[in-house]
Ligand binder design. Structure first.
Ligand code: ADP
Ligand code: MG
Length: 208
């Protein structure tokens, strides 16, 4: 993994997030407090603004820097959770990181969110996308899956994860207070994660 790929992904993610304003905002207005889009926008633009610095770093240093930048620029519940993902990922990847190592790092990032958020699969959060994606990514990477097939499968798992949040009863975050009134609504953090994962998948497709 090279930093120029990480930077390409950052730029693409910023574009996709800006295009998804209405969708993300309406989801958090329905079952949150309406600030999720602002939080995500602020974080992704803050990361984009340190691009030239990221270019000089190794991937592990870059992920650490991304985590620190999110930590200091994004509020709400999601800021520290996304930050902890990147900080844990940074500890697992190295300069010559391959897909297997990255998938291990991704899983470690997801576990870090679970620890920090005291949350698990089925709580109607971003983890309902991230946990299935991490499991699929690790198993496909370990079995040496062809990259185009891997991209397709990850995209599908992320989409299935976000759709599954719709019928879930929330037990973490602001939506938990709504109880059954939140049923029938997709979780905004899950949607954001799916959008980001799908954007990275599109960038991956271009290099192979
Ligand atoms: P806030 O909830 O503080 O307003 P955001 O609106 O930025 O923060 O983020 C809300 C999203 O964060 C939710 O949609 C959910 O996916 C995620 N989230 C909230 N609490 C948790 C938690 N404890 N564990 C995992 N994800 C969480
Ligand atoms: Mg919110």
């Amino acid at each position: 993994m090279a930093n120029d790929f990480i930077i390409k992904c950052i730029n693409s993610v910023v574009k996709t997030i800006l295009n998804a304003e209405e969708e993300i905002e309406s989801l958090d207005r329905a079952i949150g407090d309406g600030d999720h889009y602002i939080n995500i926008k602020r974080g992704s633009i803050a990361v984009q603004s340190i691009e030239s610095e990221l270019a000089t770093l190794t991937p592990d240093q870059a992920f650490k820097k991304i985590g620190m930048t999110i930590m200091t620029s994004v509020g709400g519940a999601s800021g520290p959770l996304f930050a902890s993902f990147f900080l844990a990922l940074a500890k697992e990847v190295s300069g010559e990181s391959n897909l297997q190592q990255f998938s291990k790092g991704f899983t470690s990032g997801v576990e870090s969110i679970m620890n920090r958020g005291k949350s698990k699969l089925g709580d109607k959060t971003m983890l309902d996308v991230l946990i299935p994606v991490s499991k699929k990514l690790e198993s496909l990477a370990n079995e040496g899956c062809e990259i185009q097939k891997l991209i397709k499968e990850i995209d599908l798992v992320a989409m299935a994860g976000v759709m599954a949040t719709k019928d879930m009863m929330p037990s973490k975050g602001r939506s938990a207070g709504l109880a059954e009134r939140a049923v029938g609504h997709i979780d905004p953090g899950a949607k954001t994660c799916q959008i980001i994962i799908s954007t990275v998948c599109k960038e991956l497709k271009k290099i192979k």
